[in-house]
Each structure stands twice: as C-alpha cells, then as structure tokens.
Design a protein around this ligand. Structure first.
Ligand code: GLN
Length: 267
C-alpha cells in the first residue's frame, strides 16, 4: 500500500514538473500531420522533447504563419518524425548561420532547414538520409544583362550568409563580389533596391520570393543541384538512427511525399 502511495506521489510530481516545463516553452509546435501517432520505430521516454532549429525565412520549407507559428515542409516532417518517436516537437527559429554550431553544441537536437548535405558540413555534424532535392538558382531583375552563370563574373551577388549559395559564389567569384544577408528576404529586398545585381538561392524559396515581388525572374540555367537532409550532433547517433528509421517509414507510407506535395506543385 505504502509503495503504491509512493509511486502515485512520484507520478504526480512528474506530471507537475512536466506541466511547468510545458508552460514555460515559448517556442512553437507545428500542427500534427499524422493521425497515427503510434511509435512503431522506437520507444523513447514519452513526452521527451525533440528540439528542432530552423531559420523560418525560407518558404515553403519554413516560414511563420499569421499567428507567428513556424510552419512549412520541414516543420511538418519534423512533427511527423516526433509523432512516430513519441516525442514533443519544439521549434526554435534562429539565424541560418548559427544552426550547425547550435546542433553540434547540443543546444538544439536537430536541424531541418532546407539544409544541403556537403562534405564540409559532414566534418562537424551527421546528416540523416535525404528527404528532398534543392537547386541553387539565380534571381535577377527582369531584363537584366545576366542571362546565365557565365555572366556573374564581376557582378555583385546577394546570398544568405553561410548557405551553399554563399559558399559556391565566394569560391567561384571571390568574396569581394558576394554580399551576405541574414536571410533570403533581405537578399531579395537588396536586389529590388539595386544593391545587388542578382541573388543566388534555393529554387523553391526563389519561386516564393519572385511571386511576392514584381519585376523579378529566375534564370533558366541553374547553378547546382543538391540534397536536403536533417543534421544531428555527431555523438548523438542514437537519435540519428531513430530519425532515419522514422523517416524511412514516412517515405514508405507516402507521408513525406504528401507533405511536400501540399506546398510544392509538380511542374
Ligand atoms: N540549402 C542551402 C544550404 O543548406 C540554404 C538553406 C537555407 O537557407 N535555409 O546552405
């Protein structure tokens, strides 16, 4: 009997502490996309948080809705993964440039940010299996003299700091020709205001930015093609294995395709 009371008291404490922490969270939780939240992949501590870092200025992968919630493809995929693992998703909106340091340092568990897999990044983090393709494209003002990558020599190129667009352009055209911005919105605003001659950025955000700003166009010739994956700290191989297993199930049952299809219409 006594033991039972102890267990009950302990359960009550856990529930209370859990409630307090949940109440303190000021980050957003993405809406659940799957009805079936049964954890078939793994069985971590129920309610354990999965803290995802992203930069919510990258539509349709991540952006904020009218209520200030982070939504988009990555938020929904992360929610589906968290549901499978029986974890609670918490999303932190950060500068793109600080995401990899944050995940390597342990202040966040996972990065989903339309993040391109590169050999250099693999030195500091582990990547999950890939879940989408990206293409670096060039946005110009309509009627620009820039018609392809070959015309970029000596031009001022706007990029998002720390992105692959930034890295490739700096390598190919020199740092003095590349202007870094904290996110794509600011880089595109600089193009609209003639502070840069073009912006090199991922194709899906590029389409969104061009749709939102009159007088811009995406060049037909792409810069490079790449793969997107989530990043996890090197030592956290347990989470890496769980996320990969959950992702494999979500790929196999069509969930990931359905999420991407909600935001990107096939051409
Ligand atoms: N795919 C690009 C990269 O990983 C840009 C990602 C982003 O800006 N969110 O560098």
């Amino acid at each position: 009997m006594k033991a039972f009371v102890k267990v009950l008291a302990l359960a009550l404490c856990v529930a209370l502490i859990g409630g307090v922490f949940a109440g303190c969270t000021n980050t957003t939780t993405a809406p659940s996309t799957t009805d079936d939240a049964t954890a078939t992949t793994a069985a971590p501590v129920a309610g354990e948080e999965l803290v995802m870092g992203t930069n919510a200025a990258f539509p349709p992968y991540e952006f904020t809705d009218d209520q200030g919630n982070v939504v988009g493809i990555d938020a929904e995929i992360a929610q589906a993964i968290a549901d499978k693992l029986g974890m609670t998703l918490v999303i932190k909106d950060m500068e793109f440039d600080s995401l990899l340091t944050a995940v390597a340092g342990g202040s966040i568990d996972i990065v989903l940010a339309g993040l391109t897999v590169t050999e250099e990044r693999k030195q500091s983090v582990n990547f999950t299996d890939t879940y989408a393709k990206g293409v670096q494209v060039i946005i110009v003002k309509e009627g620009s003299a820039i018609k392809s990558v070959d015309d970029l020599e000596g031009k001022t190129i706007g990029v998002q700091a720390g992105t692959t667009g930034d890295i490739y352009c700096t390598d190919d055209f020199g740092q003095e020709n590349v202007k870094q911005f904290a996110n794509g919105t600011l880089a595109v605003a600089a193009l609209v205001n003639d502070q840069v001659d073009c912006v090199v950025i991922d194709n899906e955000p590029a389409k969104n930015f061009v749709a939102a700003n009159a007088g811009l166009a995406i060049l037909e010739t792409a810069y490079t093609e790449e793969d997107y994956a989530a990043a996890i700290a090197k030592e956290n191989t347990e989470l890496l294995d769980k996320v990969n297993a959950a992702m494999a199930e979500l790929k196999a049952d069509g969930t990931i395709d359905a999420i991407i299809g909600k935001y990107i219409t096939a051409e």
